[in-house]
Design a protein around this ligand. Sequence first.
Ligand code: IVH
Length: 684
Amino acid sequence: MAENVNAGASGELTLPLLLQSDNKDNNEVQRMDELYEILARHAHLYYDLDSPEISDFEYDALVRELLELELKHPELIHANSPTKRVGGAASSKFKKITHKMPMLSLDNVFSLSELENFYARLNLNINKDIFTCEMKIDGAAVSLIYQDGKFIRGATRGDGKIGEDITENLKAVKSLPKVIKAQGLVEVRGEVLMKWPSFNNLNKAREAKGESLFANPRNAASGTLRQLDANIVAERGLDIFLYYLVDAEAHGVKSQSDALSWLAENNLPVQPVWQKCIGLEQVNNFILNWQDKRAELDYVTDGAVVKLDDLTLWPAIGATSHAPRWAVAYKYPPEAARSKILSIDISVGRTGVLTPVANLEPVRLSGTQVSRAGLHNFEEIKRKDIRVGDVVKVRKAAEIIPEIIEVEKNLRTGSEEVFKEPETCPACGERVVKIKGEAALRCVNRAACPAQLKESIVYFASHLNIMGLGDKLAEQLAASGKIKFLSDLYNLNLSDWSSFDKMGVKSANKILAELEKSKTQPAANLIAALGIRYVGKAAAEILCSNFNDLNELKNAGLEKLSSLDGIGDVTAEAIRAFFNDKLNLELLNRLKALNFNFNFKLNNNLKDNKLANKIFVFTGELANFKRDEAAQLVKNLGGRVTNSISSKTDYLVAGDKGGSKLSKAEKLSVKIIDEQEFLRLINA
Ligand code: IVH
């Protein structure tokens, strides 16, 4: 995990240092290596965890930087380079589906002159230069299959060739028709999205429950689609827009504009903003016209897609390994607005890095009200000469925290105040230092700074899936003086927990149960929870599958670590540094004494256990199974079955004539599912 990144619910979020590509001393080859490592991490955060730490715009900029270096050093191109790949791999939670025809991505252009190159490459005759322009929807790509008018299957894009079977979840998307007019086999593709109202409601509810927030509607949509429980999908209110009719000619459709009409005639929802444009000028006008107007839509679009209308020409024009040549995405620059800096706060992150954050006069941007902007570090304040009282241009790339692009210096009145770099930590009053080679200021009080402790608790809890231990509780814990090591969380008793604000006995019991459960999390989660720099879940998985246990990992040298596929030199050094630190070793000893799972082999076996650590109770009669058959199924998938309901129970499966367990489950807010849902859960 990069040093000054924190994707916690509090929204303190800045760019990892390595993202700043002005590292001129690095030679190009080293930079390529770095970019592969950085991009792999961010692709994993985006595609697998639905929890990005950087905006698409920043990700695209890094991909472009890599692409330029790859052109100069083609011999160093990685086989699975992100410049060649479509999306992420299919996850193991769902059945895999091979797409009949690959689901491709789109090439991006960022200016009208780049669009002109796309146009010129098509080399069209005058009367053939007709395009369908549509908005680019920022959601999760899906493929739907209808057989004789009935929706029979739906899948995610996955890596473009193999996706995940998410049929049941798609059935829970209200606007997706389960029946259409068209007969025979029909495959349509489009985007599942979450509109702003559903997104805002979802995050509000999550905040109230102390759960981490979704960074943007796209992550919320794709995270929701991968839920194992279709009821959650239904609750969250997803939408769908279709834009692609596979094998259109077989349905008598010869153009993209007719394909959109065909979809609409079959009640398949089509995104309302599209236009048939004749010639490049009309295309340009469509793009420019919607650049600002898109902010009025109730869903996120990050660009416009320009498609050659005559689809009978598509096969001859062809595609690259990841995108068709007959279409292109025009990516809009992140939306910008003017505001004023009212004050500058300093937050202290998990590793002690001090991050300045500007409080702004509230302004509307990308569909949300913005009142704070990240300032990255103090160097940046100096470089941009940002002063309190300045009028500034702010931008937000449809996600994460907005940033200040520039100061409108011509609007200065003379009353603006130069910001003074702090000499002490605002959270604990200890000294701050600037570390050589880093732009950041850091609080030296690693052992006792309450801000660092609070962030470490939140980070630890979120990686070990400890529900209910969010920002607010972590802040109180850090201030209480009861936690010195993270392992101390496990030494608090019921009265300790219930002494915190808004914590009744019931919530305290729940936390105790959650903590107990967290000890059986796969070892990769535990390794990720430790907060080793650059070691998120993906790197932790790699470490756990290459070493047998913690001791082996602890003793591994730099050379061994950096020889592992997916672990670069930078990460290897960070791992060594972590294990060379006495406080970290003490923490590991304490966690071991608490019976945490540091056996990595066990972790590897658990990987495909989709019900790992889930506790089931059965009541009533099941139609499809005898009780012990159902119990065996749960066990085979890594779950446990107990006889009585407690706050630790994850699911009560209620068959016919369920008894008193039902009311007990209701009282303890245990999830109650029927046999059909149980079947879906085990078959997902
Ligand atoms: S057409 C064969 N049209 O953006 C290419 N894609 O960044 C089919 N997307 O993979 C894609 N809105 O998931 C198309 N109006 C639109 C779109 C759209 C969003 C997605 C799609 C694509 C991705 C590329």
